[in-house]
Write a protein that binds this ligand. Structure first.
Ligand SMILES: [Zn+2]
Ligand SMILES: [Zn+2]
Length: 107
């Protein structure tokens, strides 16, 4: 687990590394299919999103961070970000980025 600055949430929060995401993934996928099933049965969005709670709980258990929006979890994977900028320390937006979007420093 690493604490990184998230460009989308605009804050610094814990993100999972690849092997940690693997442990998390079964809960994550189970939640999505449970929610899809309920939506398919014509249940309300609120009822379907209750199915997503176990993943948020698991996330809290693993990271000690209380995320409230299930759909934010996907992009909280260390893998999706580049190295920290040598100047300002924020992670590059993608592993392929050629400059830092925060301060403009070329890598
Ligand atoms: Zn985020
Ligand atoms: Zn920078």
């Amino acid at each position: 687990m690493k604490t990184l600055y998230c460009w989308r949430c605009k804050k610094t929060l814990p993100m999972l590394e690849k092997r940690e995401w693997k442990r998390f993934d079964s809960v994550y996928t189970a939640c999505i299919s449970a929610a899809k099933e309920l939506t398919g049965q014509g249940k309300s969005k609120a009822e379907a999103s209750a199915c997503l709670q176990p993943a948020l709980d698991k996330w809290f258990e693993m990271t000690d961070y209380r995320e409230t929006d299930f759909w934010n979890l996907w992009h909280h994977q260390v893998e999706q970000y580049g190295k920290p900028c040598s100047k300002c320390g924020k992670p590059l937006r993608t592993p392929e980025a050629s400059f830092c979007a925060a301060c403009g420093e070329k890598r």
